[in-house]
Design a protein around this ligand. Structure first.
Ligand code: GLN
Length: 186
């Protein structure tokens, strides 16, 4: 039997623990990562939902940028909501720095205030959009796995994946997105 894969969830801020049962039920191991020493033994990363500006500040304050970029260059990464913003090549509203690993343009809080937060079914699974970004454009190498209101909401390019919604907050384990990410790790 293959050894279980370990998924490191960046635990600087945001919705970290809710990923645990999804990861475990999808057959992988959950680990929180806060500093470079925690990267050992991690096979893939999740950048959780939360507040991308706060995460950027903490990544810079703890001088994690270069080490994270080096890890993301060789291992699968899934960005959830704020995490998807950190992975996008271009961020608008306002523009901010990002790892630029997914060829897409995202607009922060793009669904507008009145529908800041809502639930919807994506591929038959109930998920939460919480002050979600809108993906305005994707490059030719980006595969759109699901759309919502005519815009991509679940995308993948090689071993980099992003969802603008939160599947981890739904208590029906594992979500199809966690299952798919574990499959991607191989
Ligand atoms: N609006 C947040 C941001 O811009 C993302 C919200 C979320 O991750 N649920 O970073």
């Amino acid at each position: 039997m293959c050894k279980k894969k370990t998924i490191g969830v960046l635990a600087l801020q945001g919705a970290v623990e809710p990923h645990k049962p999804h990861i475990e039920q999808a057959g992988a191991q959950f680990k929180t990562v806060k500093k470079s020493a925690d990267f050992r033994g991690v096979d893939a990363y999740i950048l959780p939902g939360g507040e991308s500006t706060t995460m950027l500040n903490l990544i810079n304050r703890f001088a994690l940028w270069d080490d994270l970029a080096a890890e993301f260059a060789k291992k699968p990464v899934w960005g959830v909501c704020a995490g998807s913003i950190l992975l996008a090549k271009t961020v608008k509203n306002p523009s901010q720095s990002s790892f630029g690993l997914l060829d897409m343009v995202v607009e922060r809080n793009g669904y507008g205030r009145q529908i800041d937060s809502h639930h919807d079914e994506i591929n038959g699974y109930n998920v939460s959009f919480i002050r979600a970004p809108v993906i305005d454009a994707v490059g030719p190498g980006v595969e759109v796995l699901a759309e919502h209101e005519g815009k991509p909401v679940w995308v993948k390019s090689g071993n980099i994946m992003a969802t603008t919604f939160h599947p981890e907050l739904t208590l029906d384990f594992p979500s199809p997105m966690h299952r798919s990410f574990v499959d991607l790790i191989g």
